[in-house]
Each structure stands twice: as structure tokens, then as C-alpha cells.
Design a protein around this ligand. Structure first.
Ligand code: WQD
Length: 335
């Protein structure tokens, strides 16, 4: 298939492009580099030895974005592009709602105009809010505790209504748990701007001595060791889940949500100790107070993805720790 990948120069986007190219799909990347780096494109070519098309376009620029549809016979879209920092969304709600929602409206309008009705949307486990008990199921009630999470929840609702208005669409809503790790080559990986919000990039920056020590947010949660428990999933497993979602809707219509997680709950201390042991590096840390908005425990029931997408994770926690470290140690300052 010829697949449009919005945000394809980003962390999950670039790993998904690699898997698409490996599976001999044709890829068109659209990215404005607001949270990514042009060097990623060179690395994708290096890893896959495959060509792809690239347009430096902000999805909000409808005229420039329409050129992509005019110049390419697109079969399906994977929509990653969007702002994704929880804390930043609390400080800049209008920017988040405008960017994430308006870009999706423009994308859907152009897809409809050019008869592209297959869409895989990058959603998040954050739509389960604070009141559901793990393992989380797609049928559980949804809510949001921050503007970022609310944009994901609203876009899921919007895409559901789009399907109700036109049953010829095939739409997958992929709810990611905690993506970590990197391609085994160490040539692409997570490259956050500024101080990392997420745990693994912070750990790897401490390991490479870019940061002095890790602050562990909360050690008094009702978990096996008092620290937060999450479902860490290797970014390559996550990328492959997108391919499976494309395949499902290639000849089907409908709108379905899928959890993409391992189903295993790993605590912050579990991850720190695994990372230290596997990579034989030190990770100085201190236990500090909880971070506002964090839940104690969050992990997936991904049986629906196994049953309907024939997808399950294959990479281990060791793979995640080893691959994260290989990326960071080979690229201490990112791209
Ligand atoms: C994981 C655990 C922290 C940093 C977020 C978003 C979610 C998705 C994934 C986009 C928690 C602890 C973290 C640190 C720490 N993003 N931690 N010290 O919060 O589960 O999910 O990222 O879709 O939407 O909410 O991920 O990596 O920030 O935190 O102790 O410096 O690590 O308290 O228990 P989170 P995270």
C-alpha cells in the first residue's frame, strides 16, 4: 500500500516507517520538525536502504498539505502528528486543542476529498483516565485529566462520529501504553526536546551523564515496591501493531480501539534495576514526592489486539533496556 505517515520523523513515527518500508509498502512522510529532526530521514534510509517521499509541511497549512494528496495516490494514513507533552498541555491548552484537533479536521477533510478512507490514529492509554483498574480494557469508560489526554479522547470521538456519517471508512484507534526502546541498530531512538518528561529517556540521559540523577516520583503508591507501575512496550513492537492495523482495515470498514501493551506491570524501580543490570551502568536516583496527575498502576489487557489484529509483543524488557541504551550511548546528544 501507499501510506501517508503524518509525524513520520518522530519517535514512534520513524520506527513505524522503518517497518512499513521493510514490508515493502510505499511511504510518504509529512512532518514539520516541531518535535523531530531532519537527520531522522537519513537514518531511516540508512537502516532500510529504501526510498520514500518526504514533505516538510505543517498539517495546519491546508494548501501545502493538499499538494501531498494531489501528487500521490494514497491508500491509507497513519496519523502520528500532534503535540504530546502532558505538562505542556496544561500550560498551553489552546495551542494543544488547536494544533491536535484542527490538524485532524484538515486531514480528514482531505482524505474524504481524495477518497482515502483508511486511517490508523495514534491514541493513548491516557484516555482511560484515573478511575479504571488495570488491566485496562477497550470497553472501559474513558476520561481525561489534562488537555493532551482530552485531545486524544476528543479525536477518538470525532473519528467515531465520522464513521457513523460514512460507513465506508476503516479506522483503528491505537491506545499506546508506555513506548520505550529503539531500533536494534541504535541509529534511531527517542530524542526529546529539553528535559525529558518520560522515564526511560531520563534514565538514559543519567546513564550517559547528561543528567546528574533520576528523581523517582513517589515511593508510597499501593504497588509492590511503592513506585509507579506501567506497561512498557518496545517501540518496534508498537510499530508492528500499526502495520497489523493497516492490514485489518485494508478490506474492512468500521472503527475500533485497540490497546497496544505487553500486559505486564513494571515499576519505576523494576525498570531502573533492569536497566542497570543489563547495561552495567549506574543510575543515581532519589525518591521524591509524587508527580501531580500520575496514577499508581496502569497496564493493558491487549487480548483484543491479539484476537483481531493477530498482534502481540515479542520484545522483552531486556531488549527494551539494551536497545534504549544502545541508541543513547551511540547518540549522547541525540540527532
Ligand atoms: C512513567 C513512570 C512516573 C519520569 C506518559 C503520558 C502518556 C504517554 C506516555 C503520550 C511514572 C515515573 C517519570 C521521571 C519518574 N505519552 N517517572 N521520574 O506518565 O505513564 O505516561 O507518557 O501519549 O500519555 O501520560 O509515562 O514515562 O512520564 O512516567 O519517577 O523523571 O515513571 O511517575 O510512574 P506516563 P512517564
Amino acid at each position: 500500500m501507499k501510506v501517508l505517515v503524518t509525524g513520520g520523523a518522530g519517535y514512534i513515527g520513524s520506527h513505524t516507517v522503518v517497518e512499513l518500508l521493510n514490508d515493502n509498502h510505499e511511504v510518504i512522510i509529512v512532518d514539520n520538525f516541531s518535535n523531530s529532526n531532519p537527520e531522522v530521514l537519513n537514518r531511516i534510509k540508512e537502516i532500510t536502504n529504501k526510498e520514500f517521499k518526504f514533505y516538510e509541511v505543517d498539517l495546519l497549512d491546508e494548501e501545502k498539505f493538499e499538494k501531498v494528496f494531489k501528487e500521490n495516490q494514497i491508500d491509507a494514513t497513519i496519523h502520528f502528528a500532534g503535540y504530546k507533552a502532558v505538562g505542556e498541555s496544561v500550560e498551553k491548552p489552546i495551542s494543544y486543542y488547536h494544533n491536535n484537533l484542527t490538524s485532524t479536521f484538515i486531514l480528514c477533510d482531505l482524505m474524504k476529498k481524495y477518497s482515502v478512507k483508511k486511517l490508523v490514529f495514534s491514541s493513548s492509554a491516557t484516555v482511560y483516565g484515573m478511575n479504571n483498574s488495570s488491566p485496562l480494557l477497550e470497553t472501559m469508560p474513558l476520561s481525561a485529566t489534562n488537555p493532551y489526554g482530552m485531545t486524544k479522547l476528543m479525536i477518538e470521538q470525532i473519528l467515531g462520529d465520522l464513521y457513523k456519517s460514512d460507513n465506508s471508512w476503516g479506522i483503528a484507534l491505537l491506545r499506546y501504553f508506555n513506548p520505550i526502546g529503539a531500533h536494534e541498530s541504535g541509529r534511531i531512538g527517542e530524542n526529546p526536546n529539553g528535559i525529558p518528561n518520560n522515564l526511560m529517556p531520563y534514565i538514559t540521559q543519567v546513564a550517559v551523564k547528561k543528567r546528574e540523577k533520576l528523581s523517582i516520583f513517589g515511593s508510597d503508591y499501593d504497588t509492590h515496591d511503592g513506585t509507579g507501575v506501567r506497561d512498557y512496550i518496545h517501540v518496534v513492537d508498537l510499530a508492528k501493531g500499526h502495520i497489523k492495523a493497516l492490514e485489518k482495515f485494508e478490506n474492512e470498514t468500521g472503527v475500533e480501539a485497540f490497546n497496544l501493551g505487553t500486559g505486564d506491570g513494571i515499576s519505576v524501580l523494576d525498570l531502573v534495576n533492569a536497566f542497570k543490570g543489563i547495561n552495567n551502568v549506574d543510575i543515581p536516583y532519589e525518591l521524591v514526592s509524587r508527580r501531580a496527575g500520575d496514577v499508581a498502576t496502569c497496564y493493558a489487557d491487549s487480548s483484543k489486539a491479539l484476537k483481531e489484529l493477530n498482534w502481540k509483543t515479542e520484545k522483552s524488557l531486556e531488549d527494551m533496556c539494551r536497545d534504549s541504551w544502545k541508541w543513547q550511548s551511540n547518540n549522547p546528544n541525540g540527532y
